[in-house]
Design a protein around this ligand. Structure first.
Ligand code: ZN
Length: 247
C-alpha cells in the first residue's frame, strides 16, 4: 500500500491517505486478533455486536468507494440508497459467518484503496455527498474513512484504545465533534481541556464566563467527546459528566 503508486499528487492528500491506510491496518490487526467465537459478543456500541461493527466498516468502505466512482465518472452514486437500507445491510451483515465477515472487510478495504489509488488529481476535487447529505470534495472521503477505522477498531472491544490513535486524528475528531455540538447549540458552558506532555488544547464554549471544564489527556477527551468512555476524565462541576451526543 505504498503511497507512491497513487495518482494523487497533493502532499496533504498523500499524507491523509497514509493516515487512512494506517487506520485500515490498525482495524485489520484488531480483527485478526479476534477469534471467530468472539464475533457475537458485544461491541462498545449500544445494541451492536462485534459482527455489526465489522459489517458496518466493510459496507462503509464499499459506500465510500461508490463516492469515488461518482467523483471519477460524474454519475451520481450515493453512499446508501437510504438510511433504512444502510441499517438493513448492517443487520444482514451481522448474521454472516465469521469467515465471510473477514472476507467482506478485506475485500471492501482493498476495493476502496484501489479506487483512491486510481483517482487522478482533478477528480479528487469533484463534489460528492456524505450520508448526512453534505456536499464535500472527494478528498474528504479519506478523512471519512480514517475516522471510521480508527474509532471502530476501539469499538471492537478487544483491547484497542484511543491512546493508539494518532494525535492529528484525535485533534480533527475533537474539532468535528465540538463543531457538531456548537451547530446544535449543545456546547453551552462546556469546555474541553486536553493536557498532554507538551501542549494544551481547548475546545468547546471558549466564550463562557463560568464553564464546566472537562480535563484529561487528548485521547481521554476524544474518547469522552465521542461518547466512548469517561476514563481519565475529570469535571470541574460534577462527579460523572456525560458528553452531548455526537452524531
Ligand atoms: Zn461508523
Amino acid at each position: 500500500m505504498a503511497a507512491s503508486r497513487d495518482l494523487a499528487t497533493d502532499p496533504t492528500l498523500q499524507e491523509a491517505l497514509l493516515t487512512a491506510r494506517r487506520g485500515t491496518e490498525f482495524f485489520d490487526r484488531k480483527l485478526n486478533e479476534l477469534p471467530d467465537d468472539a464475533f457475537q459478543a458485544p461491541s462498545l456500541l449500544p445494541d451492536w455486536t462485534r459482527a455489526h461493527v465489522i459489517a458496518h466498516v466493510g459496507y462503509n468502505a464499499r459506500a465510500i468507494a461508490r463516492l469515488m466512482k461518482w467523483a471519477n465518472t460524474g454519475i451520481e452514486t450515493p453512499m446508501y440508497s437510504s438510511w433504512d437500507a444502510r441499517n438493513a445491510e448492517i443487520e444482514h451483515g451481522a448474521t454472516l459467518a465469521p469467515e465471510e465477515l473477514r472476507d467482506l472487510y478485506t475485500d471492501s478495504a482493498a476495493q476502496l484503496d484501489a479506487a483512491w489509488r486510481d483517482t487522478p488529481p482533478d477528480a479528487w476535487k469533484h463534489q460528492v455527498k456524505t450520508a448526512q447529505g453534505r456536499l464535500v470534495p472527494a478528498s474528504e472521503t479519506v478523512w471519512m474513512r480514517t475516522r471510521e477505522t480508527w474509532i471502530h477498531a476501539v469499538d471492537l472491544n478487544n483491547g484497542a484504545t484511543f491512546d493508539q490513535i494518532p494525535t492529528d486524528v484525535l485533534k480533527r475528531l475533537l474539532q468535528e465533534i465540538t463543531g457538531a455540538w456548537k451547530s446544535r447549540d449543545e456546547d453551552k458552558d462546556l469546555l474541553l481541556k486536553a493536557s498532554d506532555a507538551s501542549t494544551v488544547t481547548e475546545l468547546g464554549d471558549l466564550d463562557s464566563d463560568n464553564p464546566e471544564i472537562i480535563t484529561g489527556t487528548l485521547a481521554d477527551i476524544a474518547a469522552f467527546a465521542a461518547g466512548r468512555s469517561t476514563n481519565g476524565i475529570t469535571s470541574s462541576k460534577q462527579q460523572s459528566p456525560t458528553a452531548p451526543r455526537w452524531l
